[in-house]
Design a protein around this ligand. Structure first.
Ligand code: NAD
Length: 498
């Protein structure tokens, strides 16, 4: 492969230094709006990955012993640095990932909220106590770090998802090995520099780049105690199995097919706007996108208006004024989305809005797909069974709320769901009966705030991205006897009372 010397290379971050990889294997990073090569990312060598994990191991002892107040201070400075640089971070996201600048700022902002949450660590890490569980005996628990932790991130949220991972892991006293998505590493590198500037000691965060070899290294290295993964089902199931077999704590947060159930009594204007925003925002490349609508009863008549609103969205490069929908991440993603649209047509669905031939002036080589709506979809169709991850809304119809609930519960994905209604009893029934971990009423699905990470666990989604995941509990029981109550005989039976 021949590269112009002007193409910048992405550095590794090892032991507090941004270093050029010695690898001979490099991957191109493209601007999704033009497909121009904008950077190269290395596949780190075994030696480099070993150096990174060794650095994490060596710094663990001092970092885990650093006072919790000192750790908190670093993250207080860190959140300010992120706030001060939100525009620069957003620009790097738009360049590599393609999403609109406004949406990229939202990406940083939602990650920032996690960093802000880490600043409450002095309360989050509190243990529990129970005095006098028997005579002279007290019991208490400590929350302690677990060691070297690792994160493997996807491409769709270059700021938010890495920020779900290392800040919470590190504020708990763990050291961290991060592998960003090889398609969007720039924002992570900026975030690492800011963490260093906030005062994080060298070696506590290390960053490697690569694909399968790097993932296998993380799953297999004995020093790594826990892995946080976010990405597709294929990779997530593999990492969950391989990491768990090696005795690691693993959380895999995977794919989605989120349903929005529209009742005929819903506020039509609000519902249609929210549905369009949640289906096509970020070009549908959000795990929380509402990619499937179920129109109940008379709500089926709203389809023409839904199409009109989707049609009005402006498709363009993410840094252009007034843009609503940016490009997909790669030509392969575009091809895959287009072929899933075609599969719907071939299987008898109706293509109400076809974004496949969208033309964007000045960006003819970009990976653009315009908003697409497929109706008359049935649960057996490929466009329903597979996650599309593009600006495509598939629409099903149901006669009743019960039918809609049964459709949602029969779908294997359980990331999130929404119901649009003005009837409280309908909303209550839906939230209680639906077998999905996150339910929104009358609004798009929220990306969870950090204090809820450990609470939403369902079907294929395994969530525990918070304090519980990054700490272990040690229980101490102590019996300080007064001098006049010496134990005179051995107690060989289990006690039957206090
Ligand atoms: P991906 O699975 O392709 O990549 C994620 C990470 O895994 C990357 O770092 C990549 O290098 C690595 N990887 C990719 N394929 C692998 C394989 N076969 N074996 C081992 N490692 C592999 O995911 P993506 O395309 O970057 O991201 C999109 C996916 O992420 C979608 O499915 C989306 O729903 C999901 N996602 C889920 C959540 C959530 O919270 N559940 C959030 C964001 C994205």
């Amino acid at each position: 492969m021949c590269y112009s010397s002007s193409v910048p290379t992405t550095k590794l971050f090892i032991d507090g230094k941004f270093v050029e990889s010695k690898t001979s294997e490099w991957l191109d990073i493209h601007n999704p709006a033009t497909n121009e090569v904008i950077a190269r990312v290395p596949k780190a060598t075994q030696e480099e990955m070993l150096a990174a994990v060794d650095s994490c191991s060596q710094s663990y002892h001092s970092w885990s012993e650093t006072s919790i107040l000192a750790r908190q201070q670093i993250f207080l400075r860190y959140q300010q640095l992120i706030k001060d640089n939100i525009k620069e971070l957003a620009r790097s996201i738009t360049l590599e990932q393609g999403k609109t600048l406004a949406d990229a700022e939202g990406d940083v902002f939602r990650g920032l909220q996690v960093v802000e949450h880490t600043c409450s660590i002095t309360s989050l890490m509190l243990g529990e106590t129970l005095p006098s569980i028997t005579k002279d005996m007290d019991t208490y628990t400590y929350r302690l770090p677990i060691g070297v932790c690792a994160g493997i991130a996807p491409f769709n949220f270059p700021a938010m998802i890495p920020l779900w991972m290392f800040p919470m892991g590190m504020v708990c006293g763990n050291t961290y090995l991060l592998k960003p998505s090889e398609r969007v590493p720039a924002c992570t590198m900026l975030l690492a520099k800011m963490l260093q500037d906030a005062g994080m000691p060298d070696g506590t965060l290390n960053i490697i780049h690569g694909q399968h070899d790097a993932v296998n290294f993380i799953c297999d290295h004995p020093a790594i105690k826990a892995i946080s993964f976010v990405g597709s089902n294929q990779a997530g199931e593999y990492i969950y199995e391989r990491g768990s077999k090696n005795g690691k704590r693993v959380q895999s947060n995977m794919g989605a097919k989120n349903h929005g159930v529209v009742m005929p009594d819903a506020n039509k204007e609000t519902t249609l706007n929210q549905l369009v925003g949640a289906a096509f925002g970020a070009a549908g490349q959000r795990c929380m996108a509402l990619s499937t609508a179920i129109l109940v009863g008379e709500a089926r008549n709203w389809l023409p208006e839904l199409v009109e609103r989707a049609k009005a969205l402006r498709v363009n490069a993410g840094d252009q004024a007034g843009v609503d929908v940016g490009p997909l991440i790669s030509p392969q993603a575009k091809e895959r989305v287009n072929s899933l649209i075609q599969s719907g047509v071939d299987e008898g669905a109706q293509l109400l809005l076809d974004g496949r031939n969208v033309k964007v002036k000045g960006y003819e080589n970009g990976n653009f797909v315009g908003p697409t709506i497929i109706s008359n979809v049935t649960p057996q169709m490929k466009c329903y069974t597979e996650e599309i991850f593009g600006p495509v809304l598939v629409v099903l119809e149901a006669e009743s709320l019960d039918d809609a609930i049964s459709l949602v519960n029969n779908n294997p994905y359980g990331n999130g769901t929404a119901i649009f209604t003005t009837n409280g009893a309908t909303a209550r029934k839906y939230t209680h009966k639906v077998d999905v971990g996150q339910v929104s009423v009358c609004g798009p699905i929220c990306v969870r705030t950090s204090h809820l990470y450990s609470k939403t666990c369902t079907q294929q989604l395994l969530f525990s991205m918070g304090i519980q995941f990054y700490t272990q509990i040690k229980t101490v029981t102590s019996q300080w006897k007064a001098e006049d109550s010496t134990v005179k005989t051995p107690a060989v039976s289990m006690p039957t009372m206090g």
